[in-house]
Design a protein around this ligand. Structure first.
Ligand code: GLA
Length: 397
C-alpha cells in the first residue's frame, strides 16, 4: 500500500495462470501442472538458524508459481514472466554446470537434489515457467519461494517421495552453492512447512518443527510489512561477516555452535571474547531465548502479548548484532509511535523490511506516518503492505 489503504494482491489464480501461459508460449503446449510455494516473514529469531538455534517464521500469501511440462529428452529449460531469457541445461551436464543469474535458483535445486542422492540417470527433462508476487530484495525470501516451488513440482513429477525436511535441505544447498549465499535453513523450512493461521517454530539443530497459532485477524491485529527498498545482498558482505563472527565466538567458547550456550554463559563469554564478538554472541543467545518465550506467550496469551519481545529483538539486532539501518530503525520507531504493539526488522538485515504488529484500526495511521517520516528524513519512499500467516506449498492445477 503506498499510503492509506492495504494493498490487495492479484488473485492467486492470476499468477498460476501467468506461469501456465508463459509455459505454453515457450512450448506450445499446456503444462502438466502448476505448483506454488510461499515467501515468508520471520516473526522472531534472526541469525539464529545457522547457529543451530530457534526461529519462528510464517509463510505469507505472496507466492511463487512453477508451471511444469515433462519433455521427451534430457533438457531442462526455464522461463519466467519477469524476463525474456530462456535458460537451458542438460541433465547430463548438471555436475559441471556453472550457475549464474536467477536460473541458478532453479538449476541449483536440480543440482542439489542430485548431490543429495536423487538419481537423475533415467529421468526426462522438463520445461519450467516461473511467476511470482514475492517482492525481491525485501527480506521476504523470494529466492526460497522459487526454490521450494521448483522442488515441490519436481518432487511430484519425478515421484521422489522426499519429505519437507529433505526438500528444505536441498533448497538450502542450492542457495548456498549454486547462488553462493551462505544462508541457513529457516526460509526454505518456513516456505515448505507453513500453514494458514500459524507460525512455524523450528529447531534448526534437529529440524523438528511445530506449528504455533498466530490468529492475527481473530485478535483484531494485522501485520504490516514496511519494505525500505534499501537493498541487501546476502551473497556478499555483512551477512557472511556476521556468520563468521558467530563461528569464531563458538570456537573461542569451545562449543560446536552457539546453540550450546545460554544466558548463564554470558559472563564467561564476556571474559573470553573481544567486545564485538561478545555482542554478536549475546544477540544469538538472547534471541534464542526470545523465540522460546514468544512461542510460549503466543500459546498462553495470544499475539497481543508479544510486542515487547519483538521490540527487544529489534534492539538486539540494532545494538549488538549491528545489522539494522536508519531506515529500519525509523520504520520501527514511527510504527510504535502510531499504534503498533511491537515492531522489528525482519530477515538478514542491512536493508529489506521491517514488520509492525498493529491493531487493525490503527493500520492506516501507522502506514501513513511511516511514509511521511521517510519523506521527511529524505529516504526513498517505502512500500507497505499487510501479510497473513498462510499455507505452505501446493499444487494449484
Ligand atoms: C536470511 C537467511 C536466513 C536467516 C536470516 C536471518 O533470511 O536466508 O537463513 O539467516 O537471513 O535470520
Amino acid at each position: 500500500m503506498s499510503n492509506d489503504a492495504p494493498a490487495t494482491l492479484g488473485a492467486a489464480s492470476d499468477l498460476a495462470g501467468a506461469a501456465a501461459s508463459a509455459l505454453t508460449s515457450l512450448t506450445g503446449a499446456q503444462p502438466d501442472g502448476v505448483w506454488s510455494a510461499p515467501g515468508r516473514v520471520n516473526l522472531i529469531g534472526e541469525h539464529t538458524d545457522y547457529n543451530d538455534g530457534l526461529v519462528l517464521p510464517f509463510a505469507i500469501e505472496r507466492r511463487t508459481w512453477c508451471a511444469l511440462r515433462t519433455r521427451d529428452d534430457r533438457t531442462v529449460r526455464v522461463y519466467s514472466t519477469f524476463s525474456d531469457e530462456v535458460h537451458e541445461l542438460s541433465l547430463d551436464a548438471i555436475e559441471q554446470a556453472e550457475f549464474a543469474g536467477w536460473s541458478a535458483y532453479v538449476f541449483g535445486v536440480i543440482w542439489a537434489l542430485h548431490e543429495r542422492g536423487v538419481d537423475l540417470a533415467g529421468r526426462l527433462g522438463v520445461d519450467l515457467a516461473i511467476a511470482s508476487d514475492v517482492p525481491t530484495g525485501a527480506g521476504l525470501s523470494s529466492s526460497a519461494a522459487i526454490e521450494c516451488a521448483v522442488a515441490t513440482a519436481l518432487n511430484e513429477t519425478w515421484q521422489l517421495g522426499l519429505d519437507s525436511g529433505a526438500l528444505a535441505l536441498a533448497c538450502q544447498r542450492a542457495e548456498n552453492v549454486a547462488v553462493g549465499a551462505p544462508t541457513g535453513i529457516m526460509d526454505q523450512t518456513a516456505s515448505l512447512r507453513g500453514a494458514e493461521g500459524h507460525a512455524v517454530l523450528l529447531d534448526c539443530q534437529s529440524l523438528v518443527s511445530e506449528l504455533v497459532p498466530l490468529p492475527l485477524a481473530r485478535e483484531g491485529l494485522t501485520l504490516l510489512v514496511i519494505d525500505t527498498h534499501v537493498t541487501h545482498a546476502h551473497a556478499t558482505g555483512g551477512y557472511g561477516a556476521r556468520r563468521r563472527s558467530c563461528e569464531a565466538g563458538a570456537e573461542a567458547m569451545g562449543v560446536p555452535s552457539l546453540r550450546a550456550l545460554t544466558e548463564d554463559d554470558l559472563p564467561a563469554a564476556q571474559d573470553a571474547l573481544d567486545d564485538e564478538t561478545f555482542r554478536r554472541v549475546r544477540h544469538v543467545i538472547t534471541e534464542n531465548a526470545r523465540v522460546i518465550e514468544t512461542a510460549e506467550v503466543l500459546r498462553e496469551h495470544g499475539p497481543r502479548a508479544i510486542g515487547d519481545l519483538l521490540l527487544a529483538s529489534h534492539a538486539s539486532m540494532r545494538d549488538d548484532f549491528e545489522i539494522s539501518v536508519p531506515e529500519l530503525d525509523l520504520a520501527v520507531e514511527t510504527a510504535m509511535a502510531h499504534g503498533a504493539i511491537g515492531a522489528r526488522m525482519t530477515g538478514g538485515g542491512f536493508g529489506g523490511s521491517a514488520i509492525a504488529l498493529i491493531p487493525v484500526e490503527r493500520l492506516a495511521e501507522a502506514s501513513d506516518a511511516v511514509v511521511a517520516a521517510f519523506s521527511e528524513a529524505g529516504f526513498t519512499a517505502p512500500t507497505t503492505f499487510t501479510v497473513t500467516p498462510s499455507a505452505g506449498p501446493r499444487r494449484d492445477s
